[in-house]
Design a protein around this ligand. Structure first.
Ligand code: ADP
Ligand code: MG
Length: 375
């Protein structure tokens, strides 16, 4: 029997938790490596989540257990020494609250997660927002989802030391039941793109984890800034595809800019296709996105290419692409609802013949963002 996070809390600490939070992972349908270029993304929160149960403490200590682990991540709320475990994520959130002059308080808690980590489904943003939601509750801070998402981005950028864009925290905090959110990463406005019952989103986790991502990711970001500067625009969001094609950009810089600028347009086109029920067109745009990420942005990998190829051979699949930063981890597919179960089963069965790894297929409806569920 699986214990609820509330029961786990009571076993670990005497008595009851005072706040229980659920915080979802996410999958990005289209718009990859565009968030840090002020562009558009189309993610949704998924049916995988972190549940966190906490209770305030009076000694200024934060003590958190993850799953069945018997060692806690712990730190004092006023401690400026960076912890060197996963506790750096909750610590970063607490620091970001304090930096903004918000009240902080010690707390103890237990979290459980069914989001595969390090695979592009954003377990890190789910963890940050879970901690932020719990801390806001015990300090009586009014919840402002966008504000808190940006605070968590700062926690990850400045405290954890990962130069992520805003997509993960934004969708984790603001996800809407039943819709993908098109997020404008320049002004943080979101537009819902309804996912009709005719189609199913499938997360196709290859069972592989990313390796040396950070240096590659930072290199891509630097090249985008360089390309924007050569084009004379503030960010690649402001460049048109004609401008890129007719520019003096060359080689890798040209290819990277071509990906970002064409990807922004694909996000807009994809939203229109989804709204109009043109599933084949939506699928085709996802495939173009994958090809652009593979050939121009060079962030795919053998497991991801094998998964996308397999998905595209599978009846009922309209389109598939890598999702998240890339290299390894998860892909995502759009499938016809009537064929999705068979497609999921056949992909799960066949994938190990194509690549030496055990896949995990997660059909998912778009879910709401981080929320409080009192015990
Ligand atoms: P992703 O966000 O794509 O899953 P990241 O590398 O950004 O991958 O974040 C994964 C990290 O987040 C883990 O290495 C761990 O430090 C932390 N993390 C995520 N979920 C949990 C959890 N349930 N318990 C403890 N740490 C977690
Ligand atoms: Mg992450």
């Amino acid at each position: 029997m699986t214990l609820s996070v509330h029961e786990l809390f009571s076993r670990r600490f005497d008595g009851d938790a005072t706040s229980v939070v659920r915080s979802p992972g996410r999958v990005n349908l289209i718009g990859e490596h565009t968030d840090y270029n002020d562009g558009f993304v189309s993610p949704m929160a998924i049916d995988r989540q972190i549940d966190l149960a906490v209770r305030p403490r009076d000694d200024g200590q934060v003590v958190l257990y993850s799953g069945e682990s018997t060692t806690a991540a712990s730190f004092a709320v006023d401690d400026l020494a960076r912890v060197d475990s996963w506790g750096v994520y909750p610590q970063g959130v607490v620091r970001a609250f304090a930096d903004d002059g918000l009240a902080v308080r010690g707390f103890e808690g237990v979290l459980v997660s069914d989001i595969p980590g390090g695979s592009g489904l954003s377990s890190s943003a789910a963890l940050e927002l879970a901690v932020a939601r719990a801390l806001a509750d015990i300090t009586d801070l009014e919840w402002d989802a966008v504000d808190m998402a940006l605070r968590c981005v700062r926690a990850e950028n400045e405290w954890v030391g990962v130069a992520c864009g805003v997509m993960d925290q934004m969708i984790c905090a603001t996800g809407v039941e039943g819709s993908v959110s098109r997020i404008d990463c320049r002004d943080y406005s979101t537009t819902p793109v309804v996912v009709a019952d005719d189609v199913v989103v499938m997360v196709l986790h290859t069972g592989t984890k990313r390796g040396l991502l950070d240096s590659e990711y930072n290199a891509r970001r630097a090249t985008c800034i360089e390309a924007a500067s050569q084009l004379g625009v503030g960010s690649l969001r402001d460049a048109s595809i004609d401008q890129v094609e007719n520019s003096a950009l060359e080689g890798v810089t040209l290819a990277r800019a071509r990906h970002v600028v064409s990807e922004n347009q694909r996000v807009l086109d994809w939203g229109e296709a989804m709204e109009q029920g043109r599933w084949a067109d939506a699928g085709r745009l996802m495939v173009q996105s994958h090809e652009s990420l593979r050939d121009d942005y060079e962030v795919s990998g053998p497991a991801l290419d094998a998964m996308v190829d397999l998905a595209l051979e599978t009846p009922g699949v309209y389109g598939a692409r890598l999702t998240g930063a890339g290299f390894a981890g998860a892909a995502v597919a759009l499938a016809d609802a009537s064929a999705a179960d068979d497609a999921a089963q056949s992909i799960a069965q066949e994938f190990p013949n194509r690549y030496d790894s055990e896949p995990l297929i997660i059909p998912s409806r778009p879910r709401a963002g981080t929320s409080l569920t009192k015990p």
